[in-house]
Design a binder for this molecule. Structure first.
Ligand code: ATP
Ligand code: MG
Length: 688
């Protein structure tokens, strides 16, 4: 072996090192919990731990690494790889590919596919995304006669949320209704009937929804025979962001590893922001006593991310929480400037101001990719996006309109799903109605025939379409036959689908060119996957975040700004962070002013946003902002005030600035150099 190049572990502080070295060399390591504040190096410690385990002889194939997103899994694998590289030099090539790194849902999908035969699941199952699940819930509701009548039965989206909450929290329906959906209590009996029928429908159609991926995994894990078998696939189970896991996820861990051997989780109770999806900080609190042996607990209190003034302001916000989080972080990153609290007339001004600051930062050498703009809801960045486009500032938006929500992407994926699983009616319904002349009634007739036939393809070939559909129908049959024929090589399939779909796209949409580019992007993504199943599972569980009808993903080598919802910014960091609409009504959101707990979750959300910043933090407070309302009042502008989470007593932690109006701004303030540069560049590039 080569001599060690340098020691990457030397940079760890004693507490981090303790976590990394925990029970190394022991036959099996005891369960370990690292609970610590933002930026204290939890994720970094986890990555070093993975590297340390591999150094000590652990098999990377037997390490299960569960993260919040695929992006986070990739980053962590990369970090662990770098550590190994530094220790072992060139010989580390490929050591740190971790085949079992991913989100709970994507790992669940893989395990279910592998074990399908053992649990009576047809292995050609397809996965419904949230939209499909809502539609199926709506359809079932209609079929059993619970349509939204005068009695105002809950909407399909609400029904799905209730169902999902019951599954993920492992609480009975009546409790969930009382605690979270009190206005739906009167429907308990009907909801029970609905959910029963919904579960039957999924089973008949051989589809799983997101919750099933966790539920079935948890069931397997608690099975006396299968549980130990699945547990024995992994020597180490590591989980990041544990504060945002739910009961079902905790049950998966304890089911697989009742003794907690090799289990390590890290999290921060002050950053718990997913309780609206059933996540619970109780998982962290309960962790130490959850296994047949007690867990070790390590805390970290040194922050490596932010400057002291940013930390002071963030600490102040979280210290005022009703439930105290007994942690105060410190850092040695001194800075002279305080975080800014910027008062601005309205959202249009906010967009201009933020653009100016971003360009100024860029002038000062802070690349766009190390800057982010965060907001409470995806729709809050609309004005800013326009301004960015106007000024030609490239950006990528996370957590907004998802690739999958575009109807043309849904169409193409539906064709692939329908080929993989002919019983999936949501996909079938969608695909068949793309064919001119085929409506819901005809589609239903065909789907029924397919479900009754031993081989779905036979039913398709025997079907007589309406006479006006003849030509289009034959094209579809040809496509379907080829897709159902085993042995066709992936990703050639998707090219066939694309060729078939493009004429329909042109017929259906005026902006077909833009949409065709998305379809091309999808086909390109498909190339990265070995099989149709793995592609469909991944794309459904962790879709790319933007479509080209937005600004579109810039080229990889281009410098671009990050726009993100606060929820999607979890775990990340940027040199400069702007937070938009830091006003009551946005943070806390006026949709969540229901209970004290919900308000507290909004406080933690602000804390998460603030602790993303390394050097510059700007909280922007527009005096007026636009809200979309579902009530009779319609969309309107409202006057707003600084968020209640920044109390007068906390103002000493901020530099307050007041921005007057666009006109005074224009006359008083010189255009920043960067803007001038941009204008000039554009003028010049027109001639190149
Ligand atoms: P969050 O709660 O936001 O997820 P975290 O606790 O996971 O934060 P990391 O993202 O792991 O924190 O680390 C924050 C920053 O501190 C990163 O830039 C990381 O590289 C750096 N860092 C962590 N530990 C050390 C260390 N011992 N020495 C120097 N830098 C460190
Ligand atoms: Mg982290």
């Amino acid at each position: 072996a080569l001599p060690p190049v340098d020691d990457p572990f030397a940079s760890l502080n004693p507490a981090q090192r303790l976590a990394v070295e925990h029970d190394i060399g022991a036959a099996a390591s005891r369960p370990l919990l690292v609970v610590a504040g933002a930026g204290s190096g939890k994720t970094n410690t986890l990555a070093h731990r993975v590297a340390r385990l591999i150094m000590a002889g652990a098999d990377p194939q037997r390490i299960l690494l569960l993260t919040f997103s695929r992006r986070a899994a990739n980053e962590m694998t990369q970090r662990a790889g770098n550590v190994l590289q530094r220790i072992m030099g060139g010989s580390a090539g490929g050591v740190a590919t971790l085949p079992w790194a991913g989100t709970f849902h994507s790992i669940g999908a893989r395990l279910l596919r592998e074990f399908s035969g053992r649990i009576g699941l047809d292995e050609s199952f397809t996965i419904h995304d949230r939209g499909d699940s809502e539609d199926l819930m709506g359809l079932v509701r209609h079929e059993i006669g619970l349509t939204q009548t005068a009695k105002r039965f809950p909407l399909k989206g609400t029904c799905l949320s209730i169902y999902s909450r019951v599954v993920n929290s492992r609480e009975p329906l009546d409790l969930v209704l009382q605690s979270t959906f009190p206005w739906c209590c009167e429907w308990e009996a009907e909801l029970k009937r609905l959910f029963g029928a919904y579960v039957d429908a999924k089973q008949e159609q051989n589809v799983l929804d997101y919750d099933d991926l966790l539920l079935f995994w948890a069931e397997m894990a608690s099975d006396p025979e299968l549980g130990p078998e699945i547990g024995s696939l992994f020597d180490h189970v590591l989980v990041d962001e544990y504060q945002d896991t739910n009961r079902l996820q905790a049950a998966i861990i304890t089911g697989m590893k009742p003794g907690g051997e090799g289990v390590m989780v890290v999290g921060d109770d002050a950053q718990s922001i997913y309780s609206f999806r059933g996540a619970t900080v109780r998982n962290i609190l309960d962790f130490p006593g959850q296994f047949s042996q007690p867990a070790q607990v390590i805390t970290l209190d040194r922050n490596y991310r932010s400057t002291q003034p940013i930390l002071d302001a963030s600490n102040a916000v979280i210290a005022a929480a009703l439930e105290r989080h007994a942690k105060t972080l410190w850092t040695d990153k001194v800075a002279s400037s305080l975080p800014q609290l910027v008062l601005i007339p309205d959202e249009a001004e906010q967009a201009r101001w933020v653009c100016n600051r971003i360009l100024e930062h860029r002038e000062a050498g802070i690349k766009l990719t190390t800057q982010a703009v965060l907001f409470r809801a995806a729709s809050h960045s609309a004005a800013l996006e326009l301004e960015l486009m106007r000024r030609n500032i490239p950006f990528v938006k996370f957590g907004g309109l998802k690739f999958l929500e575009a109807s043309h992407i849904k169409d193409v994926l539906a064709v692939l799903r329908f080929a993989q699983n002919p019983n999936g009616r949501m996909a079938g319904f969608r695909v068949l109605q793309l064919i001119p002349g085929i409506g819901p009634a005809t589609a239903t007739r065909l789907l029924d025939a397919m479900a009754a036939a031993p081989e779905a393809l036979d039913a398709v070939e025997a079907f007589t379409p309406p006479s006006k559909s003849q030509g289009d129908w034959q094209d579809f049959v040809t496509l379907y036959r080829r897709l159902r024929t085993p042995g066709l090589r992936w990703p050639a399939d998707i090219e066939l689908v694309r060729d078939w779909y493009l004429p329909h796209l042109e017929r259906l949409h005026d902006d077909a060119t833009v949409r065709a580019a998305d379809v091309a992007q999808l086909a390109q993504l498909a190339g990265g996957h070995g099989t149709r199943e793995s592609f469909l599972a991944e794309i459904t569980l962790d879709p790319p975040e933007a479509t080209s009808d937005r600004a579109g993903p810039p080229l990889l080598d281009e410098d671009y700004l990050i726009l993100s919802t606060i929820h999607s910014s979890k775990g990340q960091e940027w040199k400069s962070v702007h937070v938009l609409n830091v006003v009551d009504g946005c943070i806390p959101s006026d949709m969540s002013t229901g209970s004290a707990e919900e308000i507290e979750e909004e406080r933690r959300l602000l804390y998460v946003a603030m602790t993303r910043a390394r050097e510059h933090l700007h909280l922007v407070v527009p005096n007026r902002f636009f809200i979309k309302q579902q009530s009779q009042m319609g969309d309107r502008h409202v006057y707003a005030a600084r968020t209640r989470f920044v109390t007068p007593a906390m103002l000493k932690h901020f530099e307050e600035c007041v921005w007057i109006t666009a006109d005074t701004a224009k006359s008083n303030k010189p255009m920043p150099d960067s803007v001038r540069m941009l204008v000039r560049d554009r003028a010049r590039s027109a001639w190149k």
